[in-house]
Design a protein around this ligand. Sequence first.
Ligand SMILES: *[C@@H]1O[C@H](CO)[C@@H](O)[C@H](O)[C@H]1NC(C)=O
Ligand SMILES: *[C@@H]1O[C@H](CO)[C@@H](O)[C@H](O)[C@H]1NC(C)=O
Ligand SMILES: *[C@@H]1O[C@H](CO)[C@@H](O)[C@H](O)[C@H]1NC(C)=O
Ligand SMILES: *[C@@H]1O[C@H](CO)[C@@H](O)[C@H](O)[C@H]1NC(C)=O
Ligand SMILES: *[C@@H]1O[C@H](CO)[C@@H](O)[C@H](O)[C@H]1NC(C)=O
Ligand SMILES: *[C@@H]1O[C@H](CO)[C@@H](O)[C@H](O)[C@H]1NC(C)=O
Ligand SMILES: [Cu+2]
Length: 572
Amino acid sequence: METDRRSSIARLLSSCFFLAFLVHSSNSKAEVHHHDFIIQETPVKRLCKSHNIITVNGQFPGPTIVVRDGDTLIVTVVNRVQYNVTVHWHGIRQIRTAWSDGPEFVTQCPVKPGGTFTYRFTIKDQEGTLWWHAHSSWLRATVYGALIIHPKEENSFPFLQPKREYPILLGEWWDQNPIDVIHEAIRTGSSPTISDAFTINGQPGDLYNCSSKEINTFPVNPGETVLLRVINAALNTELFVSIAGHPMVVVAADASYIKPFSTSVIMLAPGQTTDVLITANQPATRYYIAARAYSSAESLPFDNTTATAILDYDCNCLPEPNQPPPALPILPAFNDTLTVASFSAAFRSPTFVKLPGPVDEHLFFTVGLGLFDCLPGQICGGPNQTRLTSSINNYSFVLPSSLSILQAHQLGVPGIFTPDFPAKPPVEFDYTGKNIGRELWQPEPATKVYKLKFGSVVELVLQGTNIVAAENHPIHLHGYNFYILAEGYGNFDPVKDREKFNLFDPPLRNTVGVPVKGWAVIRFEADNPGVWLLHCHLDVHITWGLAMAFVVEDGLGELEALEPPPVDLPLC
Ligand SMILES: *[C@@H]1O[C@H](CO)[C@@H](O)[C@H](O)[C@H]1NC(C)=O
Ligand SMILES: *[C@@H]1O[C@H](CO)[C@@H](O)[C@H](O)[C@H]1NC(C)=O
Ligand SMILES: *[C@@H]1O[C@H](CO)[C@@H](O)[C@H](O)[C@H]1NC(C)=O
Ligand SMILES: *[C@@H]1O[C@H](CO)[C@@H](O)[C@H](O)[C@H]1NC(C)=O
Ligand SMILES: *[C@@H]1O[C@H](CO)[C@@H](O)[C@H](O)[C@H]1NC(C)=O
Ligand SMILES: *[C@@H]1O[C@H](CO)[C@@H](O)[C@H](O)[C@H]1NC(C)=O
Ligand SMILES: [Cu+2]
């Protein structure tokens, strides 16, 4: 058939036209990309010392994957380290392929040492900057990389396409094995040791000892506009980023376009991505790109160091030895919540949004920290002889260990989870008040899910609490993007705050920073069957249980059901 059609077209058209037709049709076809991810130990030198870290294919950060919307990715993970591992494709919708989502014990059992597993999924109607990272213990400290989705061949960016683009991955570095750091914190019930540095594309930059020679440099030609795809891959820290002398035009976040706006500083929570355009219209020299913490909690310790890279005009205008040090940008104060609030309020979808509705499920989730009382035989290194914990709606999420929730759901295996996660907090209290009764501080450990009918529309109020310490919690939902209808401070008021909802052009994201002592409201349609983790993307908090999962049931239609599990899906 196809050959017949082509040969008849060939007869009709000149050979030159025919060639053009062939080239066009093969280019616009979706591609299948195969990658091998060998998880291995790799020696690297940072901050004066050599370390063995866990990498993918010996690279740190890991390989950048570049695809187009509509393409299929087939990635075989080969585990050559002593730890369990899984890989999560952060922000990928995984329509009907929840099996390939990655969070350990949620959608799959981990790939054990010596094991392999092949992730397979197709990118459907997504373009922009996403990333991939390990989703097992704290392995993602070093196991992460960019996942860049270009528009389909026949589509283009909604802005003039820059000739050059750079992924900028922000990381968090410990001068010791990060897995040891979290194991020690779990053993003692205390806060994990804070990091020693932040990194930009794997390098801390020259404001740290011993790291001046390896600083990353991003060349630009005078006059050109470049696209920076910024990804916060840090484990536990929200980061401000600024570039000396160069305002940024924000054009997209979490692989959704936004109405462009200009700013001198951006803030990304772990899990978030932000695409910005900068124009090299300043005197041709070198400028620092700098990243340091936004620390929203009043009195928690944090890493106050600054990572740098250099924006370098390609001009040969200064002899190498006489170069002055690059200019440092002005970064906001560590606790500048006002700047974060106005930055976040600037996010709008490019045009009017047809919001999913009417709402079927009105949910209200409290997110915050807590303290477990000390049990006999435990080490209790938390405040006043307790163990630190965290929860959603007073349930501290416990991962299963003998089967994943998705496998248990699909096979109908009882005893792995219960479907009774509460739609609202079990106790109403002054969530952001100063003196929350100590009797409210201790959540209950459990593996509870909330069931959603296929196609139901969910509106979820995420309410931060002031238990132990209030802070901004970046809440990430797997398998979905959601509209952020509003954010605010204090306790959510269902009457007054509803009037503040942006029902016209709310931004679409996969991770929302719930303001410190405040709230955020998100809306999405549960049109993707599977088990989807909702969690704080500060790894210290997910470790403590700031998570829950939605089980979205199959729909009735042929294309509304989860695909069968891959044959090589690991067993526990
Ligand atoms: C760098 O090393 C010097 C000398 O050992 C030390 O005094 C200083 O605190 C170090 N600076 C940082 C940022 O680690
Ligand atoms: C960072 O914190 C240390 C104490 O942990 C303090 O000595 C230092 O002055 C702080 N640096 C900045 C830039 O705030
Ligand atoms: C920020 O920290 C400074 C001291 O480091 C303090 O004076 C100020 O009150 C803090 N601001 C907020 C909003 O917490
Ligand atoms: C620890 O105990 C002291 C003394 O009773 C009290 O003042 C403080 O608020 C307690 N801290 C926490 C976090 O419970
Ligand atoms: C959480 O549950 C525990 C145990 O049932 C209870 O003691 C505590 O008061 C609850 N706290 C809140 C905030 O609901
Ligand atoms: C690795 O995964 C298996 C289940 O596949 C589990 O039994 C084991 O405890 C895990 N190991 C660690 C160190 O978490
Ligand atoms: Cu958190």
